[in-house]
Design a protein around this ligand. Structure first.
Ligand SMILES: [Zn+2]
Length: 265
């Protein structure tokens, strides 16, 4: 179940020893522009770089996450990178060499940060047979979702030895608001089949509406996650609490979802 912890959302299925995580909202940051107030973790959104870095630092503090962070420009792909503490700082400056849409690690001391504003953020955590934690974070818009980025994240964690993987899908745009075109439905059909597209892209009032949270839940469970928690909040329904690309026509800040393994004391 998702619950609010001060300025952020958390999922109780990821509340496991040695793992910290959180999903940011618009609250608790230091941005002061009307569209980025107050928690914006995205560069190129109008805030000074130092402001964004301070927001990321604050978000990590609220979530109890390591302040060594890796993030990246995202490209709506299914590309996921394995990272270690050596990757700390990548993506927290503007010239980043390795675009991707997710990270996994088995190393403590590094926070995996993905960024969203209507797309679905998915955080994952599992343990090996011997009890060592493994974590992952992915950015899943409809393209990445349909391409199977969640499936891939689960597979990577399983290949690293995870035996019991839980995943949480944070606040994103839901089917109440997410109107899409025929082209999107056709692409989902092509990648995932007619039945899948029929379950998650439905006609209503003469339009098509997509449920990307539902798509991710099904694909994560199918890939072998033992439990998937979905946040019911819709970003476009509550633009005062969430950065929503659609609610603002793109003039907006960016939210973060982050997970990491906390170093033993
Ligand atoms: Zn909505």
């Amino acid at each position: 179940m998702f619950y609010r912890d001060r300025y952020i959302w958390k999922s109780d299925i990821l509340d496991i020893p040695e793992v910290a995580h959180g999903f940011s909202t618009r609250r608790g940051g230091v941005s002061t522009l009307p569209h980025t107030t107050s928690m914006n973790v995205g560069f190129f959104r109008g805030d000074e770089e130092e402001t964004v870095l301070e927001n990321i630092r604050l978000f990590c503090t609220y979530a109890g996450l390591p302040d060594e962070v890796v993030c990246t420009p995202q490209i709506h792909s299914d590309r996921i990178r394995y990272v270690t503490r050596e990757n700390a700082g990548e993506g927290t400056v503007k010239d980043v060499p390795f675009p991707c849409d997710g990270f996994v690690t088995d190393q403590p001391g590094i926070t995996l940060l993905v960024r969203v504003a209507d797309c679905a953020p998915v955080l994952l955590a599992g343990k090996t047979e011997s009890g060592a934690p493994l974590v992952g974070a992915v950015h899943a818009g409809w393209r990445g979702t349909a391409a199977g980025i969640g499936t891939k994240a689960v597979a990577m964690l399983r290949n690293m030895g995870a035996v019991k993987i839980c995943a949480a899908v944070g606040a994103c745009i839901h089917a109440c608001c997410y109107q899409v075109g025929e082209e999107m439905r056709d692409k989902v059909k092509g990648l995932r089949g007619t039945d899948f597209a029929g379950r998650y892209v439905q006609e209503r009032d003469g339009g098509l509406y997509a449920d990307i949270a539902g798509m991710n839940r099904e694909l994560l469970l199918e890939a072998g996650a033992v439990q998937v928690d979905v946040c019911g909040a819709c970003t476009q329904c509550a633009p005062e609490l969430y950065h929503s690309h659609r609610a603002t026509g793109g003039i907006r800040g960016t939210m973060g979802a982050a997970v990491g393994i906390v170093p033993a004391l």
